[in-house]
Write a protein that binds this ligand. Structure first.
Ligand SMILES: C[S@@+](CC[C@H](N)C(=O)[O-])C[C@H]1O[C@@H](n2cnc3c(N)ncnc32)[C@H](O)[C@@H]1O
Length: 392
């Protein structure tokens, strides 16, 4: 199996966050050098700050959910969450790329007499979790794999997902795009220095679609998706909505997506030439909800229906850049009505956005429509690409 170089990430994260966001970080080797008494009281003081601070709601929400359950944590740091849930009856597997971080947690668990409910996995450069069982009730990812580039995180996440039970949960804390915009829209290899200190190699914003596309083609349903702490954090709680454990080989990759040829699709444009689809941008007609473009989905949809054994729903992934105002990108049914919940608004911003429109259990869409979402003014956008695929 191909390996990735995690050395720079290990070097950074041997210094892990203390209990609260405002408390800074501590080297795990520094903790390990302490006597048992000092070690445990230092760890406990940090943990208490976490439980009483901005993350206290995690216990209120999940103590009952995790009692007598088996949870794997990806990127467990100094183990504050896992130890807390073990003390309330969970069994917890701590996974991390830094062996010293795991050593801290092992020592805490031993000193607290709860080591029997703890398991440890040092993640190697092969990003494999093959040594772990395949019956986890939940996977807990708290601010960890958003610190490696998307493709690395995807490999890791898909491997661990194969160890989740059907109907199990994927829970994750990320940094939202809103924070990235507020802090200067920096390249991801620079932004980490702002969010997590000078030595941080990477930090990447996520929304629920990015998390879902990282786990594509696994079917996931959203239980919770909210931002907290002034848009500093975003929390997702997703269900793996299948009756069989996830195995990538069960999916026929040929069926995964069909590119919508934006030119050949002959979009109906109220303004400008067809070539504008290729990047220069389209100016919407004036007026709230004024349609700027329509793409017929009929032909690619028929190809997808012919190729798929069953098609419970479809999704359209759209990459779009909005350079003025805001647009709504949505799906329309055969009767010309917007499909409920199938419009996503995209606002002006410095980067292009990847959004996913889903039609699951509500009939197949007939058209993709882009419309103006500014009551005053004419929004401007460019579609970079659009792909139709079976919904996950
Ligand atoms: C910001 S800390 C969060 C730690 C802990 N979850 C918490 O909330 O305190 C990031 C943790 O993720 C780990 N980590 C970084 N990259 C990782 C990766 N690719 N896979 C797994 N863990 C990773 C680091 O070693 C570190 O322990």
């Amino acid at each position: 199996m191909a390996t990735v170089g995690l050395a720079s990430y290990r070097e950074k994260w041997r210094e892990a966050p203390r209990g609260s966001d405002t408390d800074g970080r501590i080297f795990s080797s520094e903790l390990l050098a302490m006597s048992d008494d000092v070690f445990l009281s230092t760890w406990q003081a940090m943990a208490s700050r976490r439980y009483e601070g901005e993350l206290g709601w995690l216990g209120t929400l999940y103590f009952d959910t995790f009692r007598d359950r088996n949870v794997a944590e990806l990127g467990s740091g100094l183990g504050f969450d896992g130890i807390r849930f073990i003390e309330r009856g969970a069994a917890w597997t701590f996974c991390d790329i830094v062996p010293d971080n795991l050593a801290v947690i092992r020592r805490v668990a031993t000193l607290k007499g709860i080591a029997g409910r703890a398991r440890f996995h040092a993640i190697g450069d092969d990003l494999s979790f093959a040594a772990l069982p395949a019956d986890y009730d939940a996977i807990w990812v708290f601010g960890s794999i958003h610190h490696v580039p998307f493709e690395v995180a995807r490999r890791e996440a898909l491997d661990l997902l194969g160890h989740l039970k059907p109907r199990g949960r994927w829970m994750e804390l990320v940094y939202p795009r809103e924070r990235w915009l507020r802090e200067g829209a920096l390249p991801f290899d620079q932004w980490g220095k702002v969010t997590d200190g000078e030595r941080t190699p990477w930090a990447e914003w996520h929304d629920v679609e990015k998390v879902r596309s990282r786990l594509l083609p696994a079917p996931l349903r959203t239980v919770l998706d909210f931002e907290f702490c002034s848009h500093n954090y975003r929390w997702f709680d997703l269900v793996y909505a299948a009756d069989e454990p996830f195995r990538i080989d069960d999916y026929d990759v040929r069926l995964l997506s069909r590119k919508l040829d934006l030119l050949a699709a002959s979009p109906h444009l109220e303004t400008g030439a067809r070539q504008q689809w290729l990047g220069k941008g389209i100016v919407c007609p004036a007026g709230m909800f004024a349609r700027a473009a329509t793409i017929d989905l009929d032909a690619p949809l028929r190809a997808l229906v012919d190729a798929a054994a069953s098609l419970p729903g479809v999704a359209v992934d759209v990459e779009c850049r909005v350079t003025r105002g805001a647009v709504g990108i949505g799906l329309v049914d055969a009767g010309g009505a917007y499909l409920p919940g199938a419009e996503i608004s995209v606002e002006e911003g410095p980067d292009s956005r990847l959004i996913t429109l889903r039609a699951v259990g509500i009939g197949l869409p007939e058209k993709l429509v882009v419309r103006n979402l500014r009551a005053r003014g004419r929004s401007r956008f460019a579609l970079v690409k659009a792909e139709l695929r079976p919904a996950n």
